[in-house]
Ligand binder design. Structure first.
Ligand SMILES: [Zn+2]
Length: 344
Protein backbone atom coordinates (compact mmCIF):
# COMPACT_ATOMS: atom_id res chain seq x y z
CA UNK A 1 0.00 0.00 0.00
CA UNK A 2 1.23 3.48 -0.82
CA UNK A 3 2.58 5.43 2.10
CA UNK A 4 0.42 8.43 1.29
CA UNK A 5 -2.69 6.24 1.49
CA UNK A 6 -1.82 5.30 5.03
CA UNK A 7 -0.96 8.84 6.00
CA UNK A 8 -4.33 10.10 4.81
CA UNK A 9 -6.29 7.26 6.43
CA UNK A 10 -8.09 8.38 9.57
CA UNK A 11 -6.39 6.72 12.53
CA UNK A 12 -7.24 6.17 16.19
CA UNK A 13 -4.72 5.68 18.99
CA UNK A 14 -5.73 4.26 22.37
CA UNK A 15 -2.27 3.83 23.86
CA UNK A 16 0.18 6.72 23.71
CA UNK A 17 2.21 8.07 26.66
CA UNK A 18 2.64 11.82 27.02
CA UNK A 19 6.17 11.47 28.40
CA UNK A 20 7.06 9.04 25.60
CA UNK A 21 5.92 11.27 22.75
CA UNK A 22 7.72 14.57 23.19
CA UNK A 23 9.47 16.44 20.40
CA UNK A 24 13.28 16.25 20.91
CA UNK A 25 13.53 20.01 20.34
CA UNK A 26 10.98 20.62 23.09
CA UNK A 27 12.88 18.40 25.52
CA UNK A 28 15.97 20.54 24.85
CA UNK A 29 14.12 23.84 25.21
CA UNK A 30 12.42 22.80 28.43
CA UNK A 31 15.75 21.59 29.87
CA UNK A 32 17.23 24.97 28.98
CA UNK A 33 14.36 26.90 30.55
CA UNK A 34 14.45 24.92 33.76
CA UNK A 35 18.23 24.60 34.12
CA UNK A 36 18.13 20.79 33.86
CA UNK A 37 21.61 19.58 32.87
CA UNK A 38 21.19 15.82 32.78
CA UNK A 39 20.29 15.36 29.09
CA UNK A 40 22.59 12.96 27.20
CA UNK A 41 22.77 15.17 24.07
CA UNK A 42 22.60 18.84 23.17
CA UNK A 43 20.99 18.85 19.70
CA UNK A 44 17.66 17.40 18.55
CA UNK A 45 19.18 14.80 16.18
CA UNK A 46 21.56 13.28 18.74
CA UNK A 47 18.89 13.42 21.40
CA UNK A 48 16.37 11.69 19.13
CA UNK A 49 18.83 8.90 18.35
CA UNK A 50 19.70 8.49 22.02
CA UNK A 51 15.99 8.04 22.76
CA UNK A 52 15.57 5.56 19.90
CA UNK A 53 17.99 3.08 21.39
CA UNK A 54 15.99 0.38 19.69
CA UNK A 55 18.16 -2.30 21.17
CA UNK A 56 17.16 -1.46 24.72
CA UNK A 57 16.04 -5.08 24.76
CA UNK A 58 14.25 -5.04 28.08
CA UNK A 59 11.28 -3.22 29.54
CA UNK A 60 13.38 -1.98 32.46
CA UNK A 61 16.12 -0.44 30.24
CA UNK A 62 13.46 1.04 27.99
CA UNK A 63 11.73 2.66 30.94
CA UNK A 64 14.99 4.38 32.02
CA UNK A 65 14.76 6.79 29.05
CA UNK A 66 11.66 8.28 30.66
CA UNK A 67 13.78 9.76 33.48
CA UNK A 68 14.98 12.31 30.92
CA UNK A 69 11.58 13.40 29.64
CA UNK A 70 10.01 13.42 33.07
CA UNK A 71 12.83 15.62 34.39
CA UNK A 72 11.60 18.50 32.21
CA UNK A 73 7.87 17.89 32.88
CA UNK A 74 7.73 19.48 36.31
CA UNK A 75 5.67 22.58 35.62
CA UNK A 76 2.15 23.26 34.40
CA UNK A 77 3.51 25.28 31.49
CA UNK A 78 5.72 22.40 30.35
CA UNK A 79 2.94 19.83 30.70
CA UNK A 80 0.43 21.95 28.85
CA UNK A 81 2.90 22.65 26.05
CA UNK A 82 3.81 19.00 25.63
CA UNK A 83 0.15 17.95 25.68
CA UNK A 84 -0.66 20.58 23.05
CA UNK A 85 2.22 19.45 20.83
CA UNK A 86 1.22 15.79 21.18
CA UNK A 87 -2.30 16.63 19.99
CA UNK A 88 -1.06 18.72 17.08
CA UNK A 89 1.52 16.11 16.02
CA UNK A 90 -1.01 13.29 16.10
CA UNK A 91 -3.56 15.34 14.14
CA UNK A 92 -0.94 16.12 11.47
CA UNK A 93 -0.35 12.39 11.17
CA UNK A 94 -4.02 11.77 10.38
CA UNK A 95 -5.05 10.71 13.87
CA UNK A 96 -8.70 11.67 14.44
CA UNK A 97 -9.10 10.16 17.90
CA UNK A 98 -6.50 9.87 20.65
CA UNK A 99 -6.45 8.80 24.25
CA UNK A 100 -3.18 10.00 25.75
CA UNK A 101 -1.99 8.84 29.13
CA UNK A 102 0.39 10.07 31.77
CA UNK A 103 1.29 9.30 35.38
CA UNK A 104 0.67 12.50 37.40
CA UNK A 105 2.97 11.17 40.15
CA UNK A 106 5.94 11.68 37.84
CA UNK A 107 5.44 15.44 37.82
CA UNK A 108 5.18 16.10 41.56
CA UNK A 109 8.95 16.47 42.24
CA UNK A 110 8.73 20.27 42.43
CA UNK A 111 5.44 20.46 44.24
CA UNK A 112 2.69 20.05 41.65
CA UNK A 113 -0.39 18.19 42.85
CA UNK A 114 -1.86 15.32 40.85
CA UNK A 115 -4.79 17.60 40.06
CA UNK A 116 -2.53 20.37 38.75
CA UNK A 117 -0.79 17.88 36.45
CA UNK A 118 -4.11 16.61 35.11
CA UNK A 119 -5.44 20.13 34.57
CA UNK A 120 -2.31 21.17 32.68
CA UNK A 121 -2.69 18.17 30.37
CA UNK A 122 -6.37 18.86 29.81
CA UNK A 123 -5.53 22.47 28.98
CA UNK A 124 -2.93 21.47 26.38
CA UNK A 125 -5.21 18.88 24.75
CA UNK A 126 -8.04 21.38 24.71
CA UNK A 127 -5.90 23.91 22.85
CA UNK A 128 -4.78 21.28 20.33
CA UNK A 129 -8.33 20.06 19.74
CA UNK A 130 -9.58 23.60 19.15
CA UNK A 131 -7.18 24.16 16.26
CA UNK A 132 -6.83 20.65 14.81
CA UNK A 133 -9.17 17.97 13.52
CA UNK A 134 -8.74 15.65 16.47
CA UNK A 135 -10.72 14.37 19.45
CA UNK A 136 -8.46 13.86 22.47
CA UNK A 137 -9.08 12.30 25.86
CA UNK A 138 -6.85 11.85 28.89
CA UNK A 139 -6.03 8.68 30.80
CA UNK A 140 -4.46 8.96 34.27
CA UNK A 141 -1.80 6.34 34.90
CA UNK A 142 -0.63 5.03 38.26
CA UNK A 143 2.65 3.16 38.52
CA UNK A 144 2.69 -0.40 39.75
CA UNK A 145 5.92 0.02 41.73
CA UNK A 146 4.63 3.03 43.67
CA UNK A 147 2.23 3.17 46.57
CA UNK A 148 0.17 6.23 45.60
CA UNK A 149 -2.28 4.62 43.16
CA UNK A 150 -5.32 5.37 45.32
CA UNK A 151 -4.36 9.06 45.41
CA UNK A 152 -3.95 9.10 41.62
CA UNK A 153 -7.30 7.38 41.10
CA UNK A 154 -8.95 9.79 43.52
CA UNK A 155 -7.51 12.81 41.72
CA UNK A 156 -8.48 11.35 38.34
CA UNK A 157 -12.05 10.79 39.57
CA UNK A 158 -12.48 14.55 39.98
CA UNK A 159 -12.20 15.00 36.21
CA UNK A 160 -14.88 12.59 35.06
CA UNK A 161 -16.89 14.35 32.36
CA UNK A 162 -14.12 16.92 31.86
CA UNK A 163 -11.95 15.07 29.36
CA UNK A 164 -10.37 12.46 31.61
CA UNK A 165 -11.93 9.12 30.75
CA UNK A 166 -9.92 6.29 32.27
CA UNK A 167 -7.43 5.01 34.81
CA UNK A 168 -4.41 2.89 33.92
CA UNK A 169 -1.69 0.89 35.66
CA UNK A 170 1.77 0.92 34.09
CA UNK A 171 5.39 0.32 35.08
CA UNK A 172 7.34 -2.88 35.67
CA UNK A 173 5.01 -5.86 35.33
CA UNK A 174 7.17 -8.52 36.94
CA UNK A 175 6.79 -8.64 40.71
CA UNK A 176 4.03 -6.02 40.77
CA UNK A 177 0.69 -7.77 40.25
CA UNK A 178 -2.21 -5.48 39.38
CA UNK A 179 -4.31 -6.62 42.33
CA UNK A 180 -1.83 -4.80 44.60
CA UNK A 181 -3.74 -1.76 43.29
CA UNK A 182 -7.23 -3.18 43.59
CA UNK A 183 -8.43 -0.32 45.79
CA UNK A 184 -7.28 2.25 43.20
CA UNK A 185 -9.07 0.30 40.48
CA UNK A 186 -12.23 0.29 42.59
CA UNK A 187 -12.02 4.04 43.22
CA UNK A 188 -11.67 4.68 39.48
CA UNK A 189 -14.49 2.33 38.50
CA UNK A 190 -16.87 3.67 41.15
CA UNK A 191 -16.25 7.17 39.80
CA UNK A 192 -17.24 6.01 36.32
CA UNK A 193 -13.81 5.94 34.77
CA UNK A 194 -12.79 3.31 32.25
CA UNK A 195 -10.06 0.92 33.36
CA UNK A 196 -7.15 -0.21 31.22
CA UNK A 197 -4.12 -2.03 32.63
CA UNK A 198 -0.72 -2.72 31.10
CA UNK A 199 -0.47 -6.52 31.23
CA UNK A 200 0.76 -9.46 29.21
CA UNK A 201 3.69 -7.41 27.93
CA UNK A 202 6.65 -8.94 29.76
CA UNK A 203 4.59 -11.46 31.76
CA UNK A 204 2.35 -14.30 30.64
CA UNK A 205 -1.44 -14.42 30.29
CA UNK A 206 -1.90 -14.93 34.02
CA UNK A 207 -0.97 -11.26 34.44
CA UNK A 208 -3.80 -10.34 32.03
CA UNK A 209 -6.18 -12.67 33.88
CA UNK A 210 -5.39 -10.80 37.11
CA UNK A 211 -6.00 -7.46 35.43
CA UNK A 212 -9.29 -8.49 33.82
CA UNK A 213 -10.79 -10.85 36.37
CA UNK A 214 -9.43 -9.56 39.68
CA UNK A 215 -9.24 -5.83 38.89
CA UNK A 216 -12.02 -5.48 36.30
CA UNK A 217 -9.90 -4.03 33.49
CA UNK A 218 -11.99 -3.37 30.37
CA UNK A 219 -8.95 -3.02 28.12
CA UNK A 220 -5.41 -4.37 28.26
CA UNK A 221 -2.27 -2.45 27.36
CA UNK A 222 -0.30 -4.79 25.06
CA UNK A 223 -1.76 -8.18 26.06
CA UNK A 224 0.23 -9.95 23.37
CA UNK A 225 1.29 -12.77 25.70
CA UNK A 226 -2.22 -14.12 25.18
CA UNK A 227 -0.54 -16.14 22.39
CA UNK A 228 0.83 -18.36 25.15
CA UNK A 229 -2.75 -19.60 25.54
CA UNK A 230 -3.35 -20.47 21.88
CA UNK A 231 -2.07 -23.10 19.48
CA UNK A 232 -0.38 -21.69 16.38
CA UNK A 233 0.25 -23.70 13.24
CA UNK A 234 2.09 -22.14 10.29
CA UNK A 235 1.44 -18.62 11.51
CA UNK A 236 -2.28 -19.16 12.13
CA UNK A 237 -4.05 -19.56 15.43
CA UNK A 238 -5.73 -22.96 15.26
CA UNK A 239 -7.24 -23.27 18.72
CA UNK A 240 -7.75 -21.14 21.81
CA UNK A 241 -7.24 -21.98 25.48
CA UNK A 242 -10.13 -21.09 27.78
CA UNK A 243 -8.75 -17.71 28.83
CA UNK A 244 -7.78 -16.72 25.29
CA UNK A 245 -11.29 -17.71 24.28
CA UNK A 246 -12.73 -15.43 26.95
CA UNK A 247 -10.52 -12.52 25.85
CA UNK A 248 -11.55 -12.96 22.22
CA UNK A 249 -15.25 -13.65 22.78
CA UNK A 250 -15.66 -10.78 25.25
CA UNK A 251 -13.92 -8.57 22.67
CA UNK A 252 -11.42 -7.35 25.29
CA UNK A 253 -9.49 -4.62 23.48
CA UNK A 254 -5.76 -5.33 23.32
CA UNK A 255 -3.84 -2.09 22.83
CA UNK A 256 -0.99 -3.54 20.77
CA UNK A 257 2.14 -1.56 19.94
CA UNK A 258 4.34 -3.63 17.62
CA UNK A 259 7.47 -1.47 17.49
CA UNK A 260 7.38 -0.86 21.22
CA UNK A 261 7.20 -4.58 21.97
CA UNK A 262 10.19 -5.18 19.71
CA UNK A 263 12.11 -2.51 21.62
CA UNK A 264 11.24 -3.92 25.02
CA UNK A 265 12.42 -7.34 23.88
CA UNK A 266 9.06 -9.11 23.90
CA UNK A 267 9.77 -10.19 20.29
CA UNK A 268 12.98 -10.04 18.30
CA UNK A 269 11.55 -9.71 14.78
CA UNK A 270 8.40 -7.98 13.61
CA UNK A 271 7.53 -11.11 11.61
CA UNK A 272 7.44 -13.13 14.85
CA UNK A 273 5.07 -10.67 16.49
CA UNK A 274 1.55 -12.08 16.94
CA UNK A 275 -0.42 -9.00 15.78
CA UNK A 276 -1.40 -10.52 12.43
CA UNK A 277 -2.34 -13.91 13.89
CA UNK A 278 -4.39 -12.29 16.66
CA UNK A 279 -6.18 -10.03 14.19
CA UNK A 280 -7.07 -12.92 11.87
CA UNK A 281 -8.27 -15.05 14.78
CA UNK A 282 -10.76 -12.31 15.68
CA UNK A 283 -9.11 -10.69 18.69
CA UNK A 284 -9.91 -7.02 19.21
CA UNK A 285 -6.43 -5.65 18.50
CA UNK A 286 -5.62 -2.00 17.86
CA UNK A 287 -2.52 -0.35 16.42
CA UNK A 288 -0.69 1.95 18.82
CA UNK A 289 2.52 3.92 19.15
CA UNK A 290 2.99 3.53 22.93
CA UNK A 291 5.98 5.92 22.90
CA UNK A 292 6.54 7.93 19.74
CA UNK A 293 9.84 9.43 20.90
CA UNK A 294 11.45 6.33 22.44
CA UNK A 295 10.39 4.11 19.54
CA UNK A 296 10.92 6.79 16.88
CA UNK A 297 7.53 6.08 15.33
CA UNK A 298 4.33 7.81 14.24
CA UNK A 299 0.89 6.22 13.91
CA UNK A 300 1.42 6.16 10.12
CA UNK A 301 4.66 4.22 10.66
CA UNK A 302 2.83 1.67 12.79
CA UNK A 303 -0.03 1.29 10.28
CA UNK A 304 2.54 0.92 7.54
CA UNK A 305 4.46 -1.73 9.49
CA UNK A 306 1.32 -3.72 10.19
CA UNK A 307 0.26 -3.51 6.53
CA UNK A 308 3.66 -4.62 5.30
CA UNK A 309 4.58 -7.31 7.82
CA UNK A 310 1.17 -8.87 8.43
CA UNK A 311 -0.44 -8.19 5.05
CA UNK A 312 -3.34 -6.05 6.23
CA UNK A 313 -4.97 -4.17 3.36
CA UNK A 314 -6.78 -0.85 3.49
CA UNK A 315 -10.09 -2.46 4.50
CA UNK A 316 -8.34 -4.32 7.32
CA UNK A 317 -6.75 -1.08 8.55
CA UNK A 318 -10.15 0.64 8.50
CA UNK A 319 -11.63 -2.27 10.44
CA UNK A 320 -8.87 -2.01 13.05
CA UNK A 321 -9.46 1.75 13.35
CA UNK A 322 -13.22 1.26 13.74
CA UNK A 323 -12.65 -1.40 16.41
CA UNK A 324 -10.32 1.00 18.24
CA UNK A 325 -12.97 3.74 18.12
CA UNK A 326 -15.59 1.29 19.40
CA UNK A 327 -13.19 0.36 22.22
CA UNK A 328 -12.53 3.97 23.24
CA UNK A 329 -13.60 5.40 26.57
CA UNK A 330 -14.58 8.85 25.24
CA UNK A 331 -17.99 10.25 24.34
CA UNK A 332 -19.89 7.76 22.16
CA UNK A 333 -21.58 10.41 20.02
CA UNK A 334 -18.20 11.75 18.98
CA UNK A 335 -16.78 8.27 18.37
CA UNK A 336 -19.88 7.24 16.43
CA UNK A 337 -19.52 10.27 14.18
CA UNK A 338 -15.89 9.37 13.46
CA UNK A 339 -16.85 5.75 12.72
CA UNK A 340 -19.58 6.88 10.31
CA UNK A 341 -17.08 9.10 8.49
CA UNK A 342 -14.65 6.18 8.10
CA UNK A 343 -17.40 3.90 6.82
CA UNK A 344 -18.26 6.65 4.33
ZN1 LIG B 1 2.34 1.77 27.56
Amino acid sequence: MEMHTIESLPKAVLHDHLDGGMRPQTVLELADETGYRGLPASNPEDLASWFHQGDAGSLVTYLAAFDQTVAVLQSEVALSRVAYEAGVDLARDGVVYAEIRYAPSLSTAQGLSHEAVIEAMLDGFDRAARESEIVIYTIATALRHRTDSVEVATAASRYVGRGLVAFDLAGPEKGYPPEDHLEACRVARRAGLGLTIHAGESEGPNSMWRAIVLCGAQRIGHGTSIVQDVTVESGRIESLGSFANQVRDHRVPLEVAVTSSLHTGSWLEASDHPFGALYRAGFNVSINTDNRLMSGVSMSDEYHLVAEVFGLDEDDLRAVTIAALESGFGDWDRRRTLIAAIRG
